[in-house]
Design a protein around this ligand. Sequence first.
Ligand SMILES: *[C@@H]1O[C@H](CO)[C@@H](O)[C@H](O)[C@H]1NC(C)=O
Ligand SMILES: *[C@@H]1O[C@H](CO)[C@@H](O)[C@H](O)[C@H]1NC(C)=O
Ligand SMILES: *[C@@H]1O[C@H](CO)[C@@H](O)[C@H](O)[C@H]1NC(C)=O
Length: 615
Amino acid sequence: MLGRRRVGPGALGALLVTAWVVILALYMTIHHTSKHVLRLGRPHEAEQDTAREPLAPNLAESLAALHTFAPLRPNVLPLYDITVAMCYPVFGCALPKRANDREAGDWVRVDRPVYASVAQWRGRHAGSFTRKPLSKFGSPYLFYRRARTMHGRHIADVQLVEASAAQPIGDDWHQLRVPRPKFSRKRTKYALYFRTGYNTTDPITELDVMYGPNPPPPGFVVAGSIPAFQGHGKHAARMTVIVRHTPKPTPRAPPLRFNANGTFTILQIADLHFSVEELACRDVEDVDRCASQNDTLALVERWIDEEKPDLVVFTGDQLNGQGTSWDERSVMPGWLVPIVRRGIPWLPLFGNHDTESGYLTRREQMELLALYPYSLAQVGPASIHGAGNFDVAVRAPAPSNEELLTLWCLDSGDHPPFSLLHPWEPYLYDWVHTDQIQWMIKQLRQKMRIAWPYKPRPPPLTSSLVPPHLVMPQISRVQRPPGIVFVHIPVQEAFDAVDVDDNGDEMRFGVREERFSRLGGQGRRGLFDALEHERNDDTPGVQLYVHGHMHNNEDCRRVRGVWICFGGGVSYAGYGKVGFARRARVYQVRGFGQTLVTWHRMDDREGRIEERVLG
Ligand SMILES: *[C@@H]1O[C@H](CO)[C@@H](O)[C@H](O)[C@H]1NC(C)=O
Ligand SMILES: *[C@@H]1O[C@H](CO)[C@@H](O)[C@H](O)[C@H]1NC(C)=O
Ligand SMILES: *[C@@H]1O[C@H](CO)[C@@H](O)[C@H](O)[C@H]1NC(C)=O
């Protein structure tokens, strides 16, 4: 029966709360979509592994990106003018008026403040409501203008110097006044200079600001560095101005191939947990004699030099999140030092911490990682969950080109957004979503079938007298290539019952230290079941899952016919356990994809440790 209802204070309250929730939801949606602070010159093109030319900048692309700040995308056009201006939220930036020179483009903002504590504050609070209050303060930013031509007056040099140090002298040097933000307290006094020159042979073509002790990205040099503020590390956090002169082509990774003897070796680097500053080591015996990032890099370098892997896979949580990796661009060059220096192909995945702090979305970070030397990173399809869902083929030795092994990278996200419909759900980790699984299965079904066991093609026919048995390989089956999945957060099946072998022994080895493991795994099942369903005589599919995420788990176990391995924590910057060596897992595929073997490298022992065949 319908009766007249009075709107009581309770209902009014509920209405107000609902309205507030709607406003919040709208705010968060807008806030999320406007997080794209970095606009790249052109969309990331799907990388064809046959077309891995060095990434060389050309004039047309450079002109198209005249007004774009994309520091890792080389631009050949020289800088023509530099200034510093205060920028305020809502009101914008107070840029100087200059005669409109048709030779030069508009002002381009270097999108990090020339004021480290503001940069830190904004980066730490990215994506949270607490960002608002401080935004009412302005902060100084660097701006530059690019010339449209290679001739004329350009910027030849930039220097950032402390006030107490020797200042550059000469008519060509111009000092920039860096305004102080209103809330600034005591800080290092410094000056910023630039020098102009005519028809310079090696003009400056890019300018950027970074923080902390990490080295600049490849191609950049330091134009000056000052102690900025006392942060969490032993030393004051630094602010550094970096520049790039005429850009050189970025070397690219060649297509991955098996060696002639049928091996392919992968070194897994799990959970580096790097920050803008170098923080104290975690869970080590002697904190004072440990440098969390430097000692970790030394380990990675040692393992790379000992193994000489064909590929290095960073399986997520390269960044520490938790407020300490507050500028991703300042941290990236640090964890990539060992790999860039050695020119080894590498690929990254993201973990739950990689986008916990900082300025960039997952896609933006993956776009940047794809621009580093020897990177095989791809952003992956935009229409599915996560960034960095892609596959990489490992092919037969040249001149053959068959895909003998597929490496799959999947993004297991961080945490699912709080659901109003299921507010009682525990704070789970995210998972590989249905759209990602569907994408992967579609790719899997398109793989070419080849004859197994694979035999390298005989040398080219030089005469018609080659015996026929050399040309006709003995085929036992025709199948698609097998695969390995790399995904940061473990699938739930990693905590299920283990297969038993013919002797009744459980098929597992290695150390599993972390309890409550299941709650630390992916929040939903799906990937493992779907891929099991895809597996048949024609498609052996995925043979191995490789996980990071749990630093004190380093075991391998076979579940429903498939191996699931944890790498074990590599880094002194991430949690571990006193007495539990930092370690990395190596996977070697032998016989052109027939056999999988794995072992560990450890910080306190030499050689291969616990080498096992994954049978
Ligand atoms: C710079 O180069 C241009 C073109 O080559 C030339 O016309 C000009 O005189 C040069 N300027 C100076 C200052 O050398
Ligand atoms: C196979 O070849 C690679 C590269 O030439 C080499 O590093 C590796 O030691 C070889 N492995 C075996 C088992 O011969
Ligand atoms: C780490 O290594 C770099 C380069 O070798 C050095 O400049 C820096 O001082 C080191 N940091 C620590 C904490 O030892």
